[in-house]
Design a protein around this ligand. Structure first.
Ligand code: ASP
Length: 582
């Protein structure tokens, strides 16, 4: 037996027991006649003591050869510590070592294996296996496990069946590029890795599976934005014989269960908001509603004077910053510079200080009197003491800019508290989205999403206005899940592919299998998928997903530990019938 106890187990009750422990040498203090070692494993730390008078000489000598991160096994007697450490669960006792075996030596680690390490991100990723020994990373992985188990238990109890779907498939468009895998046995042909199991889960519904889920890897070859991973995990779900309302209820239940089980947070029910409302109130389809600062549209109260910037704008819109009236000129200039950064892209910002005495002082006093500004305050909900920040221009750009400013200010003001949770359903998404680059409409969610009843006809006349039976679950300003009620009728699906610019042949070649299946009694169905990595990170009170993934890729999509992607040798290429000149 390698160990009788783990390193987090021993307590005062164990005093006088002879035990065997194993683990890594966290650190040792050698006083010559006495050596103290912190022995670490996944469960904690136990202090070992080697004492010239009580430990055999050979063991004492061997102990002196140990360095950090050596793997050792020790046997000895549990004794009471002279100076107890109340901060450690094992802090009442120590192990007086009688036997020591060095199971493996270790090179000096490239960074300290401590909660606060001196290792930078790159180094930690290169030696991720050492990083995982550190508490903060280890605990995040354990936390992730808890979330996954809670998901499985909950869904299983609700009658969902976890079914695995294949990874070597044919392309399913979810708005990204596919990773492809060459097929050796089928010359010149390629599999695609799933961007999601979308078509398979729909086929499971045709197969009568009724309630499906899967915790599943998905692959998307996107230009990497910060905190995106080319492979990520979804909690993928689908149900048959349901309407949107059923889906929202079931997965609201799951999310509530997770909030309660995992972080002890209880909430009655999740608010709902239409996409249009979210865009108008927050300039964003995934608003953070942990705080207010809702948009106030000012067109009606700001476009009647000689201020041309506003008069020529499609949208004039402001937010009230709590307590912002006390900002100095310098602080306000900083905000103006912030919105003018290329990443935000505003041309400028108008502001109004709402003084405590009820008067206003604005950057456009030349054009607007106190009465005008009072209307602005009313529209933005500004109170005495607040600062109104106003942006103007083309609607969608201006909303995006003000939304960015709103988030920035909330961060500065400490309004985005990591232990607060504000879930929200955003519903009635547009079916289509105009793509500037290709100058055509794309499915906003994916091509399998059904339009709202009665809206199919609008597709010919006002495609941009067609709403879908599509919904997102937002948590603290992040989209943590999204889904839709699907098309289950072959004709409608085929028409949808037409609208999206697929030729009949393309649609048949790519999705013939799905449309064929729809002819054999496809039930009405719908579902959604949660992004597990982000969900776990938010529940864990963090914004970045990387530490919740055991072996993440860096921003260039590389695994720097195993050095992937990598070239493959000529023989392997030949076998795959790939003719690449390297
Ligand atoms: N497959 C979709 C996605 O990955 C989710 C869904 O519609 O169920 O976003």
């Amino acid at each position: 037996m390698y160990r009788t106890h783990n390193n987090g187990a021993l307590r005062a009750e164990n005093i006088n027991e002879t035990v065997t422990l194993a683990g890594w040498v966290q650190k040792s203090r050698d006083k010559g006649f006495m050596i103290w070692v912190d022995l670490r494993d996944r469960y904690g730390i136990t202090q070992l003591i080697f004492d010239e008078e009580r430990t055999p000489k050979a063991v004492m000598d061997l102990a002196k050869t140990m360095g950090r991160e050596f793997v050792i096994q020790v046997t000895g007697k549990v004794i009471e510590r002279e100076s107890k450490n109340p901060k450690m669960p094992t802090g009442d006792v120590e192990l007086l070592v009688e036997k020591l075996e060095i199971l493996n030596e270790a090179k000096t680690p490239p960074f300290t294996i401590e909660d606060a390490t001196d290792g930078g991100e790159d180094l930690r990723m290169k030696y991720r296996y050492l990083d995982i020994r550190r508490n903060p990373v280890k605990e995040k992985l354990i936390f992730r496990h808890k979330v996954s188990i809670a998901v499985r238990n909950y869904l299983s109890e609700q009658g969902f069946i976890e079914v695995e779907t294949p990874y070597l498939i044919k392309s399913t468009p979810e708005g990204a590029r596919d990773f492809v895998v060459p097929s050796r046995m089928n010359e010149g042909q390629f599999y695609a890795l799933p961007q999601s199991p979308q078509t398979f889960k729909q086929l499971l519904m045709v197969g009568g599976m009724d309630k499906y889920f899967q915790i599943v890897k998905c692959f998307r070859d996107e230009d990497l934005r910060a905190d995106r991973q080319p492979e990520f995990t979804q909690i993928d779900c689908e149900m048959a014989f349901v309407e949107q309302e059923d889906i929202l209820n079931i997965f609201e239940g799951l999310t509530k269960h997770l909030l309660k089980e995992v972080v002890g947070f209880e909430i009655e029910s999740f608010p709902r908001m239409t996409y249009d409302e979210a865009m108008a109130k927050y300039g964003n389809d995934k608003p953070d509603i942990r705080f207010g600062m809702e948009f106030g549209e000012l067109n009606a109260v700001a476009q009647h004077k000689d201020f041309n910037v506003f008069n020529s704008a499609e949208l004039v819109v402001g937010i009230a910053v709590p307590g912002g009236a006390s900002y100095t000129r310098k602080e306000i200039d900083k905000l103006i510079d912030w919105v003018k950064r290329p990443q935000v892209g505003a041309l400028g910002m108008v502001y109004v200080k709402c003084n405590e005495d009820g008067s206003f002082k604005s950057s456009v006093d030349k054009f607007y009197d106190q009465e005008d500004l009072a209307k602005w305050a009313e529209a933005t909900g500004a109170q005495p003491g607040d600062l109104i920040c106003v942006l103007s221009g083309e609607t969608s750009k201006t909303r995006a800019q003000l939304s960015a400013l709103r988030m920035e200010l909330a961060t500065q003001l400490g309004l985005r508290k990591s232990d607060e949770f504000a879930p929200l359903w955003v519903v009635d998404f547009p079916l289509l989205e105009w793509d500037e680059e290709t100058e055509r409409y794309h499915a906003m969610h994916h091509p399998f999403t059904s339009p709202k009843p009665g809206q199919m006809e609008l597709l010919d006349t006002k495609p941009g206005e067609v709403k879908a039976n599509a919904y997102d679950l937002v948590l603290n300003g992040n989209e943590i899940g999204g889904g839709s009620i699907r098309i289950h009728d072959k004709e409608i699906q085929s028409k949808m592919f037409d609208y999206l610019g697929f030729t009949k042949e393309e649609a048949q070649a790519q999705f013939g299998f799905l449309m064929d299946a729809f002819q054999y009694g496809a039930p009405p169905h719908g579902g959604l998928a949660f992004g597990l990595d982000r969900l776990v990170a938010i529940l864990g009170g963090q914004e970045t997903i990387r530490d919740f993934i055991a072996f993440p890729k860096n921003n260039a999509g590389r695994d720097v530990m195993i050095d992937a992607p990598a070239k493959i040798d000529a023989a392997q290429l030949e076998e795959l019938n790939l003719k690449i000149t390297l």
